[in-house]
Ligand binder design. Structure first.
Ligand code: PLP
Length: 391
């Protein structure tokens, strides 16, 4: 059997895969089993922050594999401690809990909010407010947090204590939070899976102010928007707020499974011995990879991300067959006249890999994508969008 046949026979059918088998790559280019090369504008859904087999990342990871690939959390290891320090120094957060994925980071964040509110305000303060059209993960609790009913139907009952309210409607959120004695509010500053939709600055600021006043734990889900993706280290920094908890994953490890819960001053002491844990959490190889990513996200690097972003938005805006462009930094949603799925399919045949999000074409290229690769990909997307719009 071919690899595609093996996969469809033996791997659970949860993913709709394209008929492409990727065998190797370097930077923003990947090669399939037939030797065809592609520009990768998805980077593993915003995971391979420095592209495929990046030299510095690869050196950091292989060096650590040669020393010790895993220890339990009963002992100290260097990459874990250094990564926590770096994340705190760069954000002003105070403590980090390491997990393995975005969903698990969000689970940790929710546990922090629940424990803080129960201890400080009483056991009836447990509700978590989320937004319509949000996405927070696939576990039963993060599905409950995800404000999209179609994800919920087949898996009832979900974890209780989650309610959602429309994005960008502060009065509705405030009313709901007061009515339900909310423990926490969980938002994505840019709804990623929901269609690359940034929240308005007014809304985010109002929510942050209200949460602080009411002593509700403000959690920002930076699983997709974090780690340089939007041209700042974390997207909340664009909005001038200070969340109590930041959850992140995807780009953090540069391609290895790691998630993190960053805790600010107010909640820094909430998690104590035995309150939470994860066997792989803080794994030294994943942390070494993440250190190599986060160390390089300095002002000069992030300003290049913003420059590339400026080029992408200017180039796509108003182009034939393109109705709108949303997002921030190198997190880009493109509403095309032709269906997004058709655009993506045609781009694949022309050697460019793109993502979708709802009815949009979504781009999450490596943050260090060479200008030449970016130009080729954007020109291809524009050409395909224009051609398919004519059909
Ligand atoms: C991808 C994503 C998640 C889930 O992350 P996993 O690593 O797949 O568990 C959660 N929140 C947001 C905003 C995401 O984009």
């Amino acid at each position: 059997m071919s690899i595609m046949e093996l996969d469809t026979t033996y791997v659970a059918g949860t993913y709709k895969r394209f008929p492409v088998e990727i065998v190797s790559g370097k930077g923003s280019r990947v090669v399939d089993a037939n030797g065809k090369e592609y520009i990768d504008m998805g980077s593993g859904i915003g995971v391979t922050a420095f592209g495929i087999a990046d030299d510095a990342w690869q050196a950091a990871v292989t060096e650590q594999i040669g020393k010790v690939q895993h220890m339990s959390n009963l002992y100290y290891t260097e990459p874990c401690a250094r990564l926590a320090k770096l994340l705190c120094e760069k954000t002003g957060m105070k403590k980090v809990f390491f997990a393995n994925s975005g969903a698990e980071a969000n689970e940790g964040a929710i546990k922090v909010a629940r424990k803080y509110a129960a201890e400080k305000h009483g056991p009836d303060h447990y509700t978590i407010i989320t937004l319509h059209n949000s996405f927070h993960g696939r576990t039963l609790t993060t599905l409950a947090a995800t404000g999209q009913d179609h994800f919920h139907k087949l898996f009832q009952p979900l974890t209780p204590g989650f309610v959602s309210t429309p994005a960008n409607d502060f009065e509705a959120l405030k009313t709901l939070a007061l009515e339900t004695k909310a423990a926490g509010i969980l938002i994505e500053c840019i709804q990623g899976e929901g269609g690359v939709l940034p929240l308005t600055t007014d809304f985010v600021k109002a929510v942050a102010e209200f949460a602080a006043q009411q002593d509700i734990v403000l959690m920002v889900d930076e699983v997709q928007t974090g780690n340089g993706r939007t041209g700042m280290l974390y997207a909340y920094q664009h909005f001038g707020i200070r969340p109590d908890v930041v959850s992140t994953a995807k780009g953090l490890g540069g391609g290895l499974p790691i998630g993190a819960v960053l805790m600010g001053e107010k909640v820094q002491s909430v998690l104590g011995y035995g309150d939470h844990g994860s066997t792989y959490g803080g794994n030294p190889v994943c942390c070494a990879g993440a250190l190599s990513v986060i160390e390089r996200l300095d002002d000069a690097f992030l300003s290049r991300v913003r420059r590339l972003s400026g080029y992408v938005f200017a180039s796509l805006h108003g182009a034939p067959g393109i109705e709108s462009v949303t997002g921030l930094g190198l997190m880009v949603g493109i509403k095309t006249r032709a269906p997004a799925a058709d655009i993506v399919k045609e781009c694949i045949s022309r050697g460019v890999l793109c993502l979708t999000a709802k009815d949009k074409v979504r781009l999450l290229p490596a943050l260090n994508i060479p200008m030449e690769d970016l130009t080729y990909a954007i020109d291809t997307i524009k050409a395909v969008s224009a051609e398919l719009a004519e059909r």
